[in-house]
Write a new protein. Structure first.
Length: 201
């Protein structure tokens, strides 16, 4: 094993649904060896019974090169500046410097689009849209929508919103040169941006 790694746990109704672990490894170590090792030495000691849990280990395949050599680039501004301040929980990924294929950016726009339209269509007075992904997998691991009372209202959406990166890019037409205006004063709450548009649900 190498020093670079990350993990994510997805829950649904308080039950662990998915465990994702990505970790750097030697060139000659197979994916099956890594998966078996991590399940026995990391996942099982934490969760004990792993039946019913989807366990994803290095879903993109090999992870030989890690650290700064493998993953450098623009970090962008602090995410709080571009979104909702401290009102909404955030992931760590900035929008700036990333193309729309990166869910740090496109999924945040889609979550804004969905939340705004849930409220505009009278399905909630306020809502929070949460989404989680695994690198290398188009379908999100989790999409959750809760209203101002903390109640799940996903069932009201009737699968009208597709959170796969390619579908988000197509629906919001994110390959257009529209981002210069987001260089200051944030990305949300501004007219003329596609994630601010209204649709009928």
């Amino acid at each position: 094993m190498g020093p670079d790694g990350k993990s994510q746990v997805t829950l649904e109704d308080g039950i662990v649904k998915t465990v994702l672990v990505s970790c750097q490894h030697d060139e000659d170590t197979s994916q099956s060896e890594i998966k078996e090792f991590l399940i026995e030495n990391l996942v099982k000691p934490v969760f004990e019974d792993v039946s019913g849990i989807e366990i994803l280990v290095n879903p993109t395949g090999k992870f030989v090169q890690g650290g700064f050599e493998a993953d450098t680039g623009l970090t962008g501004r602090k995410i709080m500046v571009d979104t909702y301040g401290g009102i909404i929980p955030h992931g760590g990924g900035a929008f700036s410097g990333k193309d729309p294929s990166k869910v740090d950016r496109s999924a945040a726009y889609m979550a804004r689009f969905v939340a705004k339209n849930i409220v505009a269509n009278g399905l909630a007075d306020a809502c929070l849209v949460s989404v989680a992904y695994a690198i290398g997998r188009a379908e999100p691991l989790m999409v959750e929508v809760v209203n101002e009372k903390g109640e799940s209202i996903c069932h009201l959406l009737n699968n009208k919103f597709d959170f796969r990166p390619s579908a988000i890019i197509e629906r919001l037409d994110l390959r257009r040169p529209i981002y210069r205006q987001t260089a200051s004063y944030g990305h949300f709450g501004r007219a003329g941006l596609p994630w601010e548009e209204f649709v009928e649900i």
